[in-house]
Design a protein around this ligand. Sequence first.
Ligand SMILES: O=C(N[C@@H](O)C(=O)O)c1ccccc1
Length: 331
Amino acid sequence: AYLQKPGYHLIEMTDWPESDFNLGQVSGLALDSNNNLVIFHRGDHKWGANTFSNEHMYQQKHLGPIQQDTILLVDPVKGSLLHSTGKNLFFMPHGITTDKNDNYWVTDVALHQVFKIGNSGDRDFQVVLGEAFQPGSDKYHFCQPTDVAIDPFSGNVFVSDGYCNSRILKFSPEGKFITQWGAGSSDARRPLQFNIPHSLAFVPDQGELCVADRQNGRIQCFVAESGEFVKEIKNDEFGGEVFAVSYAPEHGGLIYAVNGESEYGKLAPIQGFVMNYSTGVILDTFRPDTKDFQMPHDLVVARDGTVFVGDATTDQVLKFASSEKAEHRSV
Ligand SMILES: O=C(N[C@@H](O)C(=O)O)c1ccccc1
């Protein structure tokens, strides 16, 4: 019940991490079944204005795949490196999640593909969806897919597709197409319209899937089984763009989000939000202690309530804990 107590507030743990991970652009974060932190980053590859053609074709194949390990497993308390993998596999990492066997499911916006890989990083992908470097919008092609979420009960796989397709697809655990929903538009009033579905969060206690509808500056939630629209969560404090969303079942259900700088300029401070899932009411906002967020790109919430945020411009992962907990720490 720490949330209801006055004085609850997430503050940055400025002494975390203890190690320097030499991160590139941090695109995705996940947690494994031990609540270890998984970081998906781009090494020396950067997504800039000329990285893709107007037809969404990746322009830097000649650079080859990223030579650094792109998937890091990190101790959430100390911030020490436990394991790293994923070198020579990816060109432009984006989203990452884990399934109940701690396999990694990732998206690569340059490859326009989704992969399931074992956490030992063995090169043999267990599932590959999409055609390498080939954007498309049928059941077998994506266009800059942004994230993956797994239903822990059925093992079904959800893909947010993406920068240039504006839809959600659902696959079986083995990667067999089941269904899809959504359409593209910047019409921020109508349900099922997306303008960059950018991040996914599965809500296990409701059997729902929430989507950060980035350029529409809102979160849309759906029945995971059918894709039926359930609700929209939108707050003026989002300022026009919502980059990432994460869910925690504690305290009746909390949904977390980070916003982004709107294309119309900085309409609101860039920060994290803690919201009551059923009402959408903001319970807390949080931002770094000293340096501002630049492009908070993904976030995850650990079982103990600590929050990790990956920033794709400062190339950092920041850790936040409730001030009460932090006070215990400082004693
Ligand atoms: O949004 C962009 N990138 C981030 O989301 C990301 O790096 O994933 C982007 C869009 C156009 C050009 C360059 C970058």
